[in-house]
Design a protein around this ligand. Structure first.
Ligand code: ADE
Length: 267
């Protein structure tokens, strides 16, 4: 006796195919929605005020660096402290992208002023970043340009840049917010003549020790980046003293802008 089948084999195959398509679309949407945003700073002082904001906080140690995962205001985040300097910044950025699969990176921190127009407590939002200590000029490359690159600047993501500017204007008022170039190198700059050179050579507004290293990695891995820096000193002869006094308050200012920006990123 022939048993009647509710569905033929061909119909079953089509149903299965449709079901697996729906499933894979659903899991892709879930994955995309769950990709965290990285909030990165170099020093404890630069991320300190972020830590109490994290709900369901989990602590991860990778290559002797600490990463905090959880949510801020319902949004998945990874907060990380890279340590000072370009190598630390590059390694941490790679871990954020490769291990934590972050969708974008907001760098929050402090910087020396490279332009005489800027004062302590002003804010610089990166339009582009350059490594001022890269020098292949002997081979005819412009100062700051790495071999294999046709530009010495790494550009900030336009959408993140616009959001960071809105957030900064909202937090501290337009007159103290600047969009421009940030120069990075493995030196704490505390010399008027050096800072003048950085401004003239690179058109830099601010100088720090991590941003362009993060930018080189995010450029390679196609991850959107913006850097938010509050000026902690004027990178001149008195820089180390002014820096020590202004460090925490200026670092907290960048955190306030970062949190304001994060709330604007909510879809
Ligand atoms: N970060 C804060 N101030 C700085 C300076 N003067 N040089 C380099 N990095 C800094």
């Amino acid at each position: 006796m022939r048993v009647s089948q509710p569905f033929s084999a061909a119909v079953m195959r089509k149903l299965l195919l449709a079901f697996s398509l729906v499933l894979s679309t659903f899991s892709f949407t879930l994955q995309a929605a769950e990709q965290p945003i990285a909030l990165l700073g170099a020093m404890d002082a630069e991320i300190e005020k972020l830590l109490p904001e994290i709900d369901n906080k989990q602590v991860h140690t990778i290559s002797s660096n600490t990463y905090y995962t959880g949510t801020i205001d319902g949004q998945p985040v990874v907060v990380a402290r890279s340590g000072v300097g370009k190598v630390n910044a590059a390694i941490t950025t790679y871990v954020l992208v490769n291990h934590f699969k972050v969708e974008s990176i907001i760098f929050t921190g402090i910087a020396g002023a490279a332009s005489p127009k800027l004062n302590v407590a002003d804010v610089v939002i990166s339009t582009a970043l350059v490594q001022h200590d890269v020098d292949l000029t002997t081979f005819g490359a412009p100062k700051g340009q790495l071999s294999g690159y046709d530009d010495r600047y790494f550009y900030a993501d336009k959408k993140l840049q616009a959001l960071a500017l809105e957030a900064a204007n909202d937090e501290i008022g337009k007159s103290r917010v600047h969009a421009g170039i940030i120069a990075t190198g493995d030196q704490f700059i505390a010399d008027k003549t050096v800072v003048k050179m950085l401004q003239e050579e690179f058109d830099a507004l601010a100088v720090e020790m991590e941003g362009a290293a993060v930018a080189q990695v995010t450029d390679m891995l196609n991850i959107p980046l913006v850097v938010i820096r509050t000026i902690s000193d004027k990178a001149d002869g008195s820089a180390h003293m002014v820096y020590s006094e202004a460090k925490q308050v200026t670092a907290d200012n960048s955190v306030a802008i970062t949190l304001n920006m994060l709330s604007r990123m909510k879809s």
